[in-house]
Design a protein. Structure first.
Lengths: 386, 106
C-alpha cells in the first residue's frame, strides 16, 4: 500500500469507516477447484435490487475499495448491471474471477466501466496441472485468453496462485507466464478451511520444505535475510497492536447478505436483508468484540516470540475454535519463515531435532497387568515420548 | 477575451469522502490523491456545465479572501494538474455527459 493509502487506512480506522469491502455476488461457479472453501449451491442469493441497495449503503458508509468476487462473478446474468451501478457510485473496484467467461466483449465492457484491477486464478502454467485443480478441461487456456483480452484493453491484471501439493513445483512457471503476459502475480501459500468449518481440504497444504523454499525466494519476499530474521519478541507496542483490518476497516458480505469480518473469518455479525449495513458495522456486538481484541488479549500469542511478526489470521484462529487463540497454519508459516517453532507448533508436532534428545521406549509384549491400554496401542513397536 | 473553460469529473476515477476529505483514484494509473480544501471545492463544483471562472468567483472567492484573478490563475494550475492524472476533463465547451458523482456519502 502506498504511504497515502496507509494514511487513509489509518484515518478510516480512527473514524470507524469500512474503507474496504469484499462482496461475493454468488457462490455458483463453473470450476470445481479442489481447494475451494465454498458450497457452490445457490441458497438464495441477493437479487439485483438487493445488491443495488447494498451498494448504495456501502457507498454511503464510506467504502472506497470494493472487491467483487464469488464463486464465479460472471455466473450472474446481471453481473454487468451490478458493476455498472457500483461504478456509478464511484467505488475503486477489483474483480476476482477465473476469466473463463471473459472474451473481447466482456473485457471491453470492464474497461469502459473503469475497473481498477482484475485478479484471475491461475494455479499452474501446465494445463494438465491447472485443469486437474479446477476440474475443468481447457480452463487454463480460457483463463489465459481472458488475460490477453483484458490486457488488450489496457487493464491491470494480477494472476493469483494458491500453493498446494498439486502445484508446489509450478509457482516459478506461473511467475514466468505472468511476465510473458505482462501482468503481476501473487502466491498464497495457505489453503484455508471451508466456510462451514470442514477442515478436510487442509490436507492439500504444502509441507514445511516447500514453505521454507518459498520464504527464501528473494523474488517473492524481497530481502530474505530480513524476512527470515529471528523474531524480535513482543514489546508493549506489539501488545497493543491490532491483528489485521478485518472488522476494523474491512469486512465481507456474502451472496446471501451475511456480513462477516472477512471472507476467511465467517463470524456472523448480521444480515443486510434484516438490518442496514451501517447499523451492523457500527453496532454489531460481534464486530465490536473483534475490534476490542489486541495481541495483549491473546493468551498464547502474546507470550509467543513470533507475536510481533506473525501473520496470524484471526479468521483461521476462529475456524480453529477460538478467535483469541493461535492459528496453527500461521504457526506453520512462522516456523518455516524464522526457523523457530512456536509453543503451539511444538504442541502439535514432534520436531525432528527433538528426536535426538527424546528417550525412546521399547514396549514389547504388553501384559494385561499394564492396565487399560487399547489393543491397537498394545501392538505398537515404538512409542515416541512427548 | 479568453474562452471560458469547463471542468468535469472524469468517469475513469474512483472517489469517496473520508470524513471531510475527498480521496480520488485515477483508474488510468491507480494513483491515489487526497484533495485539500480549495481543490475539494473545485472538485465538488466540476459538473461540466459551470465555467471555471464562475466556480472561482462564486465558490472560492466567497470562501477565501482572494482576488478573482489570483484565484483563477491558481485554479487553472490545479485543474491542469488534476487533468494530467486523468481526474478531470477540460474543455472550452460544456461537458454535459462527462461528470460523475463526486463520491459523496449521503
Amino acid at each position: 500500500m502506498s504511504n497515502l493509502g496507509a494514511e487513509m487506512a489509518a484515518k478510516a480506522l480512527k473514524l470507524n469507516i469500512p474503507i474496504s469491502v469484499q462482496l461475493d455476488v454468488t457462490y455458483r461457479c463453473n470450476e470445481r477447484c479442489v481447494h475451494c472453501y465454498l458450497d457452490h449451491d445457490d441458497h438464495g442469493e441477493m437479487t439485483t435490487a438487493e445488491i443495488r441497495s447494498l451498494l448504495d449503503q456501502l457507498a454511503d458508509a464510506g467504502v472506497f475499495y470494493l472487491t467483487i468476487s464469488g464463486g464465479e462473478i460472471l455466473m450472474r446474468r446481471d453481473f454487468f448491471e451490478i458493476l455498472e451501478h457500483a461504478r456509478a457510485r464511484t467505488f475503486c473496484i477489483k474483480l476476482k474471477t477465473n476469466g473463463v467467461l471473459i472474451r473481447e466483449k466482456e473485457a471491453r465492457r470492464i474497461r469502459e466501466l473503469g475497473v481498477e484491477t482484475i485478479q484471475i486464478s491461475i494455479y499452474s502454467h501446465r494445463p494438465e496441472v491447472h485443469d486437474a485443480i479446477t476440474k475443468m478441461p481447457g480452463s487454463l487456456r480460457q483463463s489465459i485468453n481472458a488475460v490477453r483480452f483484458l490486457r488488450g484493453q489496457g487493464l491491470h491484471v494480477t494472476l493469483a496462485n494458491v500453493l498446494m501439493l498439486e502445484n508446489a513445483a509450478d509457482y516459478k512457471g506461473v511467475r514466468a507466464l505472468a511476465a510473458e503476459l505482462g501482468v503481476k502475480c501473487t502466491l498464497d501459500p495457505t489453503v484455508t478451511p471451508m466456510m462451514d468449518g470442514d477442515r478436510s481440504i487442509l490436507k492439500l497444504n504444502v509441507d514445511q520444505t516447500a514453505l521454507r523454499e518459498v520464504f527464501r525466494n528473494q523474488e517473492l519476499v524481497g530481502n530474505v535475510e530480513e524476512f527470515c530474521a529471528p523474531p524480535p519478541g513482543v514489546d508493549e507496542d506489539a501488545l497493543d497492536s491490532l491483528p489485521c483490518s478485518a472488522g476494523h476497516t474491512a469486512c465481507y458480505v456474502s451472496p446471501y447478505g451475511d456480513v462477516y469480518p472477512c471472507v476467511q473469518f465467517p463470524l456472523p455479525t448480521g444480515n443486510v436483508r434484516q438490518t442496514k449495513f451501517l447499523d451492523i458495522w457500527r453496532y454489531s456486538p460481534q464486530l465490536n468484540e473483534v475490534r476490542s481484541i489486541t495481541l495483549r488479549d491473546m493468551p498464547s500469542c502474546s507470550k509467543c516470540a513470533h507475536g510481533a511478526t506473525c501473520t496470524r489470521c484471526p479468521g483461521l484462529a476462529y475456524l480453529e475454535g477460538n478467535m483469541r487463540g493461535p492459528s496453527s497454519q500461521d504457526c506453520e508459516k512462522s516456523y518455516a519463515r524464522k526457523g523457530i517453532p512456536s509453543e503451539n507448533y511444538k504442541a502439535r508436532h514432534v520436531l525432528p531435532q527433538s528426536l535426538n534428545s527424546v528417550q525412546l521406549v521399547q514396549i514389547q509384549g504388553l501384559r494385561p497387568a499394564m492396565g487399560n491400554i487399547p489393543a491397537e496401542a498394545a501392538k505398537a513397536d515404538v512409542v515416541v515420548g512427548a | 477575451m479568453t474562452s471560458r473553460r469547463y471542468v468535469a469529473r472524469s468517469k475513469a476515477i474512483a472517489a469517496r469522502k473520508l470524513g471531510e476529505e475527498p480521496m480520488v483514484m485515477s483508474a488510468t494509473d491507480s494513483t491515489l490523491f487526497t484533495l485539500d480544501e480549495v481543490a475539494s471545492v473545485i472538485w465538488a463544483a466540476a459538473d461540466g456545465v459551470t465555467p471555471l471562472d464562475e466556480i472561482v468567483e462564486k465558490k472560492i472567492c466567497a470562501l477565501y479572501d482572494v482576488s478573482p484573478e489570483v484565484a483563477l490563475k491558481d485554479a487553472e494550475a490545479l485543474i491542469e494538474n488534476l487533468a494530467e492524472h486523468g481526474l478531470l476533463l477540460l474543455s472550452d465547451e460544456p461537458l454535459v455527459e462527462a461528470s460523475v458523482s463526486q463520491g459523496e456519502t449521503r
